[in-house]
Write a protein that binds this ligand. Sequence first.
Ligand SMILES: CCCCCCCC/C=C\CCCCCCCC(=O)NCC(=O)O
Length: 616
Amino acid sequence: MGARSYLFQPRDGRTDGHDKPIVSLVKHRFVFRTQMKMTGNSRKILAFGAGAILTIIFVKRVKKWYIEYQVGKKIQRKIQHCEAARAEVEEVLRECGMTLNQAKTIVALPFMELQRQLQNGSLYAVQVLHAYQIMALEATDRLNCVTECLPDAEAIAQSLDRLDKKGGPLHGIPVSLKESFELAGNDSSCGLGHWLENYKSQDAVIIQVLKDLGAVPFVRTNLPETLMLGETNNPIFGRTLHPVDPRRTPGGSSGGEAALIGAGASVLGFGSDIGGSIRIPSHFCGCYGLKTTGERMSRKGTASLSKGQTLVSGTVGPMSRDFDGILESFKHCLSDLHFALDPQVAPLKFNDSMFNSKKPLRIGFYAYDGYSRAVPACERAVLIAKDTLEQQGHTLVAFTPPGVIDAIPDLYMKTIQGDHGKQFLLQLQKDIVIPELARIKLCWSIPGWMLWLLSWIVQAVAKDPQLGRALRAPLQLRSIYGWFQQALQLQEFKDKFLAAWREQKLDAVICPVVATVALPNSETVNVPSAFSYTMLYNILNYSAGSMPVTRVTSDDVCNMAKYPNKTSENKCVIKYMQGTEGLPVNVQVVGLPYQEELVLRVMSELDKSLKAEQES
Ligand SMILES: CCCCCCCC/C=C\CCCCCCCC(=O)NCC(=O)O
């Protein structure tokens, strides 16, 4: 007999159920009193529960308000600082008297011509700086791509102009920098308000190297909060818009760079890439970008939330309006000073013979990675690049990248969130969170079983297996043993991929950069699979460039009728590709680790042919 039935036994101990009235009355009173007592207790429990919930909500609200207040004050001070810096630059620009048309003439010079005129003294560093400052201010008023002007640029340019000999191969070239590159005496927020006012004592290595080459850092550019988004928005500086269509995003995370370069207001910029952040915005805005191999360029002095995660390597690299911009800056940055300032960087100078080789290449190509179907414009860009390279005497072979379907959730998503998203969550809990990140933050905040359930619902009910697997990725690494196993799996995948590459005797590969062209603002998180094309080469730590090939045509938009319409992501892509006519379309050119020079060679040959074709 259980405890409950014992409690309800009549006091005289009779249990047959045929109680006499008096016994029955006593029993009923007993039951009534017990029920009253229970109801009273339940009320108390309910009241206590409700009180506790209200207190938690209240405490959370107060905490949120306090964070918003504290972070808000820092943001206000930063904005005032940026406005003062802008006013200082505007004052100098007023005094110099350069007109918008004069600025446009200088800014229109291709990279090599600008470099030549600065080297032979036809143009002064200060003149070029003023032209780019005028254009950058004009661009940021429309696109919100610049976070901060750097008034020190004036003194740097003036001192270059005073030199008897030229200051280096990048003498007087203005350079824009993603805000995450640390600058002495300044802060690098990565879009997090509470990271403001953490002033750095020295410039990032890459900035020291650029200055040594004669470049003039002149503006800092916008990025998304945490750097882990394919678009550019944060609570400090707000959202950056696409230079062609302001309803769309320039991409991310180096979106401020791409928007500024795409608007013609910077000839050279630097970004970072751990999932596509140089290549994606270059593709969305039609610029050139180079993701280098992990240890080819220094990351010392670049702010990031992913620093403790070393299995998928963060990288830095150049972005430019011209192919020559990325070539020249990459080539000259591989300097003795660079290797001395950061001995972790592989001391490999630019390999001229690899870049200048005339040996015909065997180049693999694919328009579908087996994970995310590319839209017709992106497929067509690959085919244009293939035909063009074939006409130049290279052998193009169809290549199927092996195992991408498992690599994205099990290797990329799982590794970058190997701490279950803890570092990201900790930082976001201390900050104002943009709506695009709120959903991802929720995934990191809810109990594991809930995330499993959510991922199961997405997989089984919404019939979106890829999104389902990606959703539960942060849950899967549970121990240091698990982390070691993850490292092994990454190595096994690298071996498998290299074997497939070697089997086809490939020198390089061309493929889409993203499955779509520029996406509407705030919608990139609805289509995470679209970014598999870049993530793959972060897993592999290969060198990879992004370069413009074509623009979306009306046929491309019509051909979206044949695009798969099965998953929620497919449906979003179909919706987002409406009205994309005229937007830039890049291809990705991929090489083995430390073969940037070969990637650059393919990009150079492709670029020259495409330009020659356009001119004819
Ligand atoms: C801890 C990471 C959270 C991953 C959440 C995945 C959300 C998926 C949504 C969109 C995909 C965005 C792909 C582009 C990411 C680019 C990241 C990058 O390269 N950052 C540069 C850097 O950190 O330096």
